[in-house]
Ligand binder design. Structure first.
Ligand code: PMP
Length: 448
């Protein structure tokens, strides 16, 4: 029996893989087998494994100052430097940054910042948040309530009612379109639904709309042309803030600095970062808000006193040092431009699989993608349950590649940004074998 309660795992599942070490774009198991990491861990190890600069940075910072907090008037230089660097990079106006350790806690922070801000400007009734179906924003009680995936709600009695989370459509044309509906009609319908929801609830009760510019864990949904343009127009019309959850799409992943840039989202009021912020060498997250929101809270603090929110590890100096170095490397090595070029190549190569009898849709931008396997190629009918996705994930592992099945029967691809073109070819070759194995399995089981 295991002494560990494993995360996001069927309790009855047995462990099939013990990862021991990593180097570049590869990890190695306890028996020495090599695997290409086609999901960058959990969409996070952008600079790959055993990056000496990051290792040395962490080690030097640990020697110098292994811990110091930022509560009650204390600060440290490396944290301030990271704050400046990040606020200069992001498309948020006069950005202010709050540090945490995970994407989930950063989204929790944002919920509290929203409440604090609207209380500060005398609008306490403006607290509801619109989140989408099939979105992923984390697993704490509050963040899981924003998440729009049943496994994160069922058995936990979530979403938590008092949070006031409102749900709107997922912008996934392939799965969500009505019969005969064009892409633009689909966009018109779901954005109209959004507007109706706002009118029904009352615009003055809604603080923000949260969205991953391109989703990750829910299946890499790339919204159709025109979607965000319409969403932004509606939000602006009713004075609702755009909150971009860039925990996966931040820092070059989609072929630009941010997913917002790729998807034409202009000047979001709030952004969430984690994962690639430190290339996952240290846990660190950032909740970013517009400067004027911060200023309003500063005004409030004269009457309220302490801003009663902060984690022990908010601004952990080792995590800050590693994140700062990560951002410097992205810039120095032109990682975002490189991701654009390689990303185009990756999308082109993955596109070849559209011919495969098992493949219904391929989605992605830059260096993030998903290939969806379907029960009926003509109608796009989905497989029931997760057996096909799980089989394909295991088949990839058998061929020396790690990825994850998402949204049932889609396989996700999100390799470290440092991969070479040859490693993308290797990924394609391994996936091709795994897909053929899966096709055989599906036919054998009579699932087609
Ligand atoms: N937001 C998004 C968009 C994510 O993809 C994730 C994690 N996959 C989270 C939030 C939660 O991050 P964490 O697992 O670090 O809490």
């Amino acid at each position: 029996m295991s002494s560990i309660i494993y995360p996001t795992t069927n309790f009855k599942a047995t462990r099939t893989l013990t990862i021991e070490r990593g180097e570049g774009a590869y990890v190695y198991d306890s028996e020495g087998n090599q695997y290409l990491e086609a999901l960058a861990g959990l969409w996070c190890t952008s600079l790959g494994y055993n990056n000496r600069e990051l290792v040395d940075t962490a080690s030097e910072q640990m020697s110098k100052l292994s811990f110091s907090h930022m509560f009650g008037g204390k600060t440290h230089q490396v944290g301030m430097d990271l704050g400046v660097k990040l606020s200069e990079m992001v498309p948020v106006e006069n950005a202010k940054v709050f540090f945490g350790s995970s994407g989930s806690d950063a989204n929790d922070t944002h919920i509290k910042l929203l409440r604090y801000y609207f209380n500060a400007i005398g609008k306490p009734e403006k607290y509801k948040i619109i989140a989408r179906e099939r979105s992923y924003h984390g697993v704490t009680v509050a963040a899981a309530s924003l998440t729009g995936l049943p496994p994160n709600h069922t058995h936990f009695d979530l979403p938590f009612g008092a949070l006031g989370v409102l749900r709107t459509d997922a912008p996934h044309y392939f799965r969500g379109a009505l019969a005969g509906e064009s892409e633009s009609q689909f966009v018109d319908r779901i954005t109209n639904n959004l507007e109706q929801l706002i009118l029904k609830e009352g615009p003055d009760t809604i603080a923000a709309f949260i969205a991953e510019p391109i989703t990750g864990a829910s299946g890499v949904i790339v919204p159709p042309e025109g979607y965000y343009e319409k969403v932004q127009a509606i939000l602006n019309k009713y004075g609702i803030l755009f909150w971009a959850d860039e925990v996966i799409t931040g820092f070059g992943r989609t072929g630009n600095d941010f997913g917002c840039t790729t998807m034409g989202i202009e000047k979001p009021a709030m952004m969430t970062f984690a994962k690639q912020l430190s290339s996952a060498y240290m846990p660190i997250s950032a909740s970013v808000i517009r400067g004027d929101m911060y200023d309003a809270m500063v005004d409030q603090s004269s009457s309220v006193g302490v801003f009663g929110h902060g984690y022990t590890y908010s601004g952990h100096p080792v995590a800050c040092a590693v994140a700062l170095k990560t951002l410097e490397i992205y810039e120095r090595d032109n990682m975002f431009a490189r991701a654009a070029v390689l990303g185009e190549y990756m999308q082109k190569r993955l596109g070849e699989f559209l011919e495969h009898p098992l493949v219904g849709e391929i989605r992605g931008k830059g260096m993030i993608a998903a290939v969806e396997m379907v029960a009926n190629k003509q109608t796009g009918e989905a497989f029931n349950g997760g057996a096909v996705g799980a089989f394909a994930q295991q088949a990839c592992q058998n061929h020396g590649m790690i990825t994850r099945a998402v949204a049932g029967s889609s396989l996700a691809f999100c390799p470290p940004l440092i991969v070479t073109e040859a490693q993308i070819d290797e990924m394609i070759e391994k996936f091709s074998k795994a897909l053929d194995d899966t096709y055989k399995f599906v036919k054998q089981e009579g699932l087609l």
